[in-house]
Design a protein around this ligand. Structure first.
Ligand code: DGJ
Length: 769
């Protein structure tokens, strides 16, 4: 809701208010925090500095007010009139004149869609402020997502003559500093979502991506929060961008106690030339406020993404349990091998079989075939249709992998259209994973991508596509600069995606970019879920999923149980430890099922049956990071559904003096009695090494044939932890759990978690006797 006040506006969501006032013709943030009563006086929320300190530059020429822009929480910062922050908008004119935007008019209206980039749905209304400077005008849009406490901000610049855009942030928010610290993520391939917490010092700290994608280096979602208030307390503000290209985020702490947070497209390589009548619209930034710290920010963003970002048809639709052949076979498969995996996948209860890379053209390695989207009939006689039919016969749906934006040099597509790739004609184009990027800003290339995907989808009963993108962009030569080219790329790319999802509404698309190299709200506007990382090691995934839970819900996170020994780290964890992590989101499997022992098959069957029973909670529940590895060797997650809660506990390295285990949860009713129970896990006999002889009637060589054979059929069971306690116990000190293994004895109340171990607890109101 937007309430117009004298000289300002209150933009309110269910629990927050953002107040903009006008001072010397400049929109200024008077307040952003807890919701205000609609009839609030806004003048009281802000005290202007009427006598600027020495050496300040006063804005008004007559000096009737000794006021400087430098300390005002401006909604737009520009160079030239005494505001010495890094500008949020920077324009260049041939005659070098200054850009000084001044308020002209305002409008509150039914929200309209962004002119060319995705707009999350469910906006109630918008406030548009029209500003004017010499040579251009600027619209500031504030769009309101009342129910999820999110406010969207973007700007539209209109040129009244030739100009060049050098900086164009989607949002600039200035607030009085309250010992805020910056919380962001950083990473690389297979190493996404690492959380960085940084105390802000005077100066500007900026991060982002210039690699053509939102990137695994720095996800555009970040927050500032009050220091020393923990994960669940204090004022916190969250930010994200509905965009998949180059971006920059920055927090600037000035000497006057103000912090300015900016987010938008990257200014590096932004030289966008506009002519009279041209306009340029920044992507939508989304902001939220909570007085419950990062947890509150995460809760707001989780609901926002679920309700407003992912395609409506999938927002609440149960997602299938997937089997994907990638880590099992890579490129080395035959139709017979795929069919045998299909049979095993259906036996364990998978609902959708995904044929990953390698099914088309001359694609026997990543060096050839990309771009040639016709099935390799030598590898798959009968084509995709026959595999889709086979999957159907086994009771599963069928899906495929594609990477439609890229091309290999060794492909018919490149041989036919060498001019379709992004390159500087003066230089040899650089490859990454042996591929080049198709130039989707050319209409014929965008059409080709649409037709290629549509053709494949029409060729067989395909109900899922993993849309991959495996390289950072390079070799962009554009008079408007890289950042501007990337913007045009995404305008065109999103159009292609819009056409595809409209024409194939039943198909579930999974976003992928070598894992999480393009995991953002732009992609999620078209694709309902995303492959989070190429790292399938379950322990590493705890860090990745925790970091990204700041901005994204369980329903978009696709996670697979992989082989016991991790491809990426050679770390060994049990299948059940892996499940405890992968279950938080969209569960899948990608290990060689032909190598499974009968016991392993039983374990996987049980996992899938259990997951299906509680799918709604794992996929659409509300996620809470109860404890993080930042504080020590233990971490804990919670997923809260309608009538049940799951708590997972994770251990990094086992300790000889472990702290007593306790089951602690949040968001329960103090007075309700809850039944809790650990999900029984399988503990391999081989875990005990030579100690197995302490219970075995005959001596066993721990590496001998007998024990390895036995290990394929028999296991030990995890501890038995179950009970009924009041919510107040779980909410405070926690219910006691079995003590850890300490090397001196074992019974059914000994917790055998060990290094990188995990446990999953189910909590639900106890049934009355
Ligand atoms: C990168 C993806 O993230 C992997 O899961 C797999 O699909 C490969 N590409 C296939 O080339």
């Amino acid at each position: 809701m937007v309430i117009c006040k004298e000289n300002g506006w209150i933009i309110s969501t269910k629990n927050t208010s953002y107040v903009i006032g006008l001072l010397v013709g400049k929109p200024v943030c008077f307040y952003y925090g807890k919701r205000l009563p609609d009839d609030s006086d806004i003048a009281v929320l802000f005290r202007e500095v009427t006598h600027a300190m020495g050496t300040s530059t006063t804005y008004l020429p007559d000096e009737s007010k000794m006021l400087t822009l430098d300390v005002l929480p401006l909604e737009v910062s520009t160079l030239g009139k005494g505001d010495y922050r890094t500008p949020s908008v920077e324009l260049e004119f041939a005659d070098g004149h200054i850009t000084d935007f001044v308020f002209e008019s305002a409008e509150v209206r039914q929200a309209e869609n962004h002119p060319c980039l995705p707009t999350p749905r469910g906006v109630s209304e918008e406030l548009v402020l029209n500003l004017k400077a010499e040579g251009s005008s600027l619209e500031l849009h504030y769009i309101v997502y009342e129910e999820t406490d999110v406010i969207g901000k973007y700007a539209v610049l209109k040129a009244e003559g030739d100009l060049v855009v050098r900086r164009f942030a989607s949002s600039s928010l200035s607030l009085p500093n309250h010992s805020y610290e910056l919380v962001s993520t950083y990473g690389s391939w297979a190493n996404e979502g690492n959380r960085a917490i940084m105390a802000l010092k005077p100066g500007r700290f900026a991060f982002g991506s210039d690699n053509g994608a939102s990137s695994n280096r720095h996800n555009p979602c970040f927050a500032i929060r009050e220091a020393n208030k923990g994960h669940f307390g204090g004022n916190a503000y969250g930010f994200n961008l509905v965009y998949s290209g180059n971006h920059e985020e920055a927090a600037e702490l000035d000497t006057f106690g103000n912090i300015t947070v900016q987010t938008g497209i990257s200014p590096n390589g932004l030289h966008r030339h506009l002519k009279e009548g041209d306009s340029f619209a920044s992507p939508i930034a989304v902001l939220t406020y909570s007085d419950s710290g990062l947890d509150g920010v995460s809760k707001h963003f989780q609901s926002f993404v679920r309700e407003s970002v992912v395609p409506m048809s999938f927002a609440h639709k149960a997602r299938p349990v997937v089997y994907n052949n990638w880590e099992a076979t890579m490129f080395d498969f035959t139709k017979a091998k795929i069919e045998s995996l299909m049979k095993k996948a259906s036996d364990i209860g998978a609902e959708l079989f995904v044929l990953d890379d390698g099914w088309f053209g001359a694609r026997d390695s990543d060096k050839a075939g990309l771009g040639d989207w016709t099935v390799n009939k030598k590898k798959i006689p009968g084509g995709l249709e026959s595999l889709a039919k086979h999957a159907k016969k086994l009771g599963m749906r069928f899906g495929i992998w594609m990477e439609p934006e890229m091309v290999n040099e060794d492909s018919d597509l490149y041989r036919a259209h060498p001019d379709w790739i992004i390159r500087d004609a003066r230089l040899a184009p650089s490859k990454s994973r042996h591929e080049w990027v198709l130039n989707l800003t050319k209409p014929e290339v965008a059409d080709f991508v649409y037709e290629a995907v549509a053709g494949v989808l029409k060729s067989a009963e395909i109900s899922y596509v993993k849309w991959d993108m495996n390289r950072p962009f390079s070799d962009i030569a554009d008079p408007n600069g890289q950042s501007s080219f990337i913007y045009d790329y995404y305008v065109s790319f999103y159009k292609v995606l819009g056409r595809i999802v409209a024409d194939f509404p039943e198909v579930l698309f999974e976003n992928c970019a070598s894992g999480g190299n393009r995991f953002d709200l732009g992609m999620l506007s078209f694709f309902a879920q995303s492959w989070m990382s190429d790292c399938t090691d379950s322990f590493q995934r705890i860090l990745i999923q925790s970091g990204l839970s700041l901005g994204y819900p369980l329903s978009v996170m696709s996670n697979h149980v992989a082989a016991k020994v991790s491809n990426q780290l050679l770390r060994e964890t049990t299948l059940d430890d892996k499940f405890d992590v992968a279950a938080f989101g969209i569960l899948g499997y990608e290990l060689d099922l032909n190598d499974m022992s009968p016991l392993d098959e039983e374990i996987l069957k049980k996992q899938i049956a259990f997951y299906k029973e509680h799918r709604e909670t794992f996929q659409f529940g509300s996620f809470t990071e109860l404890e993080s590895f930042d504080g020590g060797e233990d971490a804990s997650w919670q997923a809260k559904g309608e009538n049940e809660v799951f708590v997972a506990q994770f251990k990094r390295v086992a300790s000889i003096a472990p702290r007593p285990g306790r089951l602690i949860a949040r968001e329960l009713e103090e007075e309700t009695m809850y039944h809790f129970a650990v999900r029984e896990q399988s503990v391999p006999l081989t875990k005990f090494g030579h100690l197995i002889n302490m219970v075995s009637p005959i001596h066993l060589n721990p590496e001998g044939h007998l024990i390895t054979t036995l290990n394929r059929r028999r296991d030990m069971k995890s501890e038995h932890d179950e009970g009924v306690v009041a919510g107040s116990v779980l909410l405070s000190v926690g219910a006691p759990l079995s003590p850890e293994w300490l090397g001196v004895g074992y019974d059914d109340h000994t917790r055998l978690m060990g290094d990188f171990g995990a446990r999953l607890y189910h909590i639900a109101p106890a049934k009355e006797k």
